[in-house]
Design a protein around this ligand. Structure first.
Ligand code: G
Ligand code: G
Ligand code: MN
Ligand code: NA
Length: 263
């Protein structure tokens, strides 16, 4: 509660920052994009991860101004990377969007304004929404998704597989990417990590990837931690990977170094 009451002034004081986690092409291991992850550099409590304050911000509505700051910062950063590396394939930036941002704020107008201001190509912006944000979305949320998609922004479903969505329904929404929840990858058969193997997960994931592709969606696997998992994911056609195998979330300077070919 003490945290919640100080969220809004903290935005004004510039206490939030973004780290970025690489999103890697499974076929060649190359950096394709990054997911922006917000942190609160709290003057008393130190660096707070999003699970300490995002839910509070959703409850009291401060997720709307915070989310706007995250979008603007991530888009500005993506444009800076593009300008600094004009000969490279530009990185896309993926930004988490809370349900409340779709409902309570003028998300579409905010995104349009931020893209115009930063001069970022809309195709380089991906918005991550959870299944619950889009399922049964009629009226305002669906209009928002459609308008964003018409703008050229990509919509991804975060933590896919943990909720109720079915792929047939999702394929009728303006969604282009599924981010498979980490719990599927964790259950893969592999050796040497002590994790309990669950062979059924691999069958389920293979079928989901196949169906997603047939419906015109691309698939990103979250929580890829071992090369054995990456090998299997590649074999069953997963497009993009994210996880500690490739990199933890890192500050923007580190992404610049990766782009420059440092390691
Ligand atoms: O980094 P960490 O594992 O603590 O992230 C926890 C959760 O916080 C994730 O589910 C992630 O989607 C969410 N999150 C991270 N950054 C943002 C953000 O900028 N906006 C919203 N709404 N959620 C975020
Ligand atoms: O819900 P969302 O997918 O946006 O959350 C992303 C969170 O998952 C980030 O906070 C990130 O730190 C965490 N994460 C990313 N890669 C891995 C991984 O390989 N293993 C685990 N356990 N967590 C990860
Ligand atoms: Mn996410
Ligand atoms: Na996720």
């Amino acid at each position: 509660q003490a945290l919640a009451s100080t969220l809004r002034p903290a935005i004004e004081r510039g206490e939030f920052r973004l780290d970025y986690q690489p999103l890697v092409g499974m076929s060649d291991g190359r950096l394709r994009g990054v997911e922006a992850l917000v942190r609160w550099d709290h003057p008393r409590f130190g660096l707070l991860p999003p699970n300490r304050f995002v839910a509070l911000a959703e409850e009291d509505g401060s997720i709307v101004p915070l989310g706007r700051w995250v979008l603007a910062t991530a888009c500005r950063q993506a444009r800076e990377w593009q300008l600094a590396h004009p000969d490279d394939q530009p990185l896309f930036v993926s930004v988490n969007v809370a349900v409340r941002q779709v409902w309570d704020s003028d998300l579409v107008a905010d995104v349009a304004e931020i893209l115009a201001e930063t001069q970022l190509d809309p195709a380089l912006l991906q918005l991550e929404l959870t299944e619950s944000a889009v399922m049964g979305s009629a009226g305002r949320p669906l209009q928002a998704l459609q308008a964003l998609s018409d703008m050229g922004v990509n919509i991804a479903i975060d933590d896919f597989g943990t909720g109720y969505s079915n792929l047939a329904y999702l394929s009728r929404l303006p969604v282009s990417v599924l981010k498979l929840d980490g719990s599927f990858v964790r259950g893969f058969q592999y050796e040497g990590t002590g994790a309990p193997p669950n062979p059924a997960d691999e069958v389920v994931v293979e079928a989901m990837i196949d169906l997603a592709h047939r419906l015109g969606l691309t698939v990103t696997a979250e929580c890829v931690e071992t090369s054995a998992q990456a090998t299997r994911l590649r074999r069953i056609g997963c497009d993009t990977g994210q996880g500690w195998l490739y990199s933890r979330p890192v500050p923007p300077d580190r992404i610049s170094e990766l782009m420059a070919g440092a390691s």
